[in-house]
Design a binder for this molecule. Structure first.
Ligand code: ASP
Length: 366
């Protein structure tokens, strides 16, 4: 955990995390999640009961297993349709979302389970000042797994410590978005047959884009990736993320501000939206929001098999004309997001997929 993030978590724990992040007190309870005991590598020996605040919480073997599980689910939709019969997922979304919430929910419904929750905290007791810990201690009595999105970095960690069921981070401020990364990895795997030995360009808001931070963190663990970090000076990659790349001998990065200059070298171009909601100053947002627009002209400079990813929603970063280019992979990412959430939800609850054979257990730490 970066020092920067650790101090944010402390402040989250001290403040109350209510819908708008204001007021109250929030005692972080002791960890009560009934997770599998950690093995010698420090990772849980199984995903059952495991909260996923960041993908650093699970081993690379477990991530590979989830990719394998999602492929099986895609090929056996009917067979797995009752895997989570009788289970309930809560989606607690304190921040706007379309894909993430709907795909967490669809995932549970497609596995035979049910869903409760809120989208927007204004109709929940959060608006009365309830702390996130109290909400999680309450909701834990109702459900088997929780997905939480919150505007504050560290909120998902606080939630996981208070809950007695597994908590999955569906985005905490500008910090992490682990299930988006699972969708991204599945998309790379299906496009290239691998998630290593790639030159990955990330373009746009690299400061506040949590999907970028999660993806870099995880690709570094698998190794052998060259990152091309394309952003204006004001939206560069945070130091704790660069430190992660620097600490990985098989990974490297270059920073640049011109998309046209870098695009020809890329296997993957990961476009991002400028994160309006994390700006303090509207003028800065307006000045920076259209810095990069990927269009057919720029695509002509790219390799014929480059994959264009975007966590969505897009604003202007990708012209609609690019959607028909076979290199556009962003709507595939959406499908993969649902499949990976099906894989993860069933795994942390501990429900076996009928007929599924796990990948051979590999070394737990890479
Ligand atoms: N949907 C992604 C997120 O929640 C990306 C974005 O909002 O720009 O982080």
């Amino acid at each position: 955990m970066s020092v920067e993030y650790a101090s944010q978590v402390d402040s989250v724990a001290e403040d109350s995390i209510v819908g708008d992040g204001a007021g109250g007190s929030d005692a972080v309870g002791s960890a009560t999640v009934q997770s599998a005991p950690a093995n010698a590598s420090g990772y849980p020996s199984s995903l059952v009961g495991t909260s996923v605040v960041t993908l650093d919480d699970i081993s690379t073997s477990q991530i590979s297993e989830l990719l394998h599980r999602a492929q099986y689910i895609d090929a056996h939709r009917k067979t797995v349709a009752h895997t989570c019969d009788g289970r309930v997922l809560a989606t607690l979304f304190y921040e706007p979302s379309t894909r993430t919430r709907l795909s967490f929910e669809t995932a549970m419904l497609r596995l035979g389970g049910q869903v409760i929750g809120f989208a927007g905290a204004q109709l929940s007791s959060v608006s009365k000042g309830e702390s996130i810990s109290d909400t999680l201690k309450t909701v834990s009595n109702y459900v088997d797994v929780v997905a939480i999105r919150h505007p504050k970095e560290g909120a998902a960690l606080v939630a996981s410590r208070a809950a007695s069921v597994p908590v999955i981070n569906a985005g905490d401020g500008g910090h992490m978005h682990p299930t988006q990364t699972l969708a991204d990895l599945a998309t790379l795997q299906s496009r290239f047959g691998r998630i290593q030995n790639l030159t990955v360009g990330l373009c746009g808001d690299l400061t506040f884009g949590r999907t970028v931070h999660s993806l870099i963190e995880t690709l570094c663990r698998f190794g052998n990736v060259n990152f091309v970090l394309i952003s204006p000076d004001e939206l560069k990659t945070p130091q704790y993320v660069l430190d992660r790349i620097n600490a990985t001998p098989t990974c490297s990065y270059v920073e640049m501000s011109d998309l046209a200059e870098g695009i020809g070298d890329l296997d993957v171009l990961y476009m991002t939206r400028v994160q309006k909601e994390r700006f303090f100053n509207e003028d800065d947002y307006l000045r920076l929001r259209d810095t990069y627009i990927l269009d057919a002209d720029k695509m002509r400079l790219a390799k014929p098999d480059m994959a264009v990813l975007h966590p969505l929603p897009r604003v202007n970063e990708i012209a609609v004309e690019v959607d028909d280019d076979p290199r556009a992979a962003y709507f595939e990412q959406v499908k993969n997001g649902m499949l990976m959430r099906m894989a993860l939800e069933s795994a942390v609850i501990g429900d076996e997929l009928p007929g599924y054979e796990p990948l051979q257990q590999k070394e737990m730490r890479v």
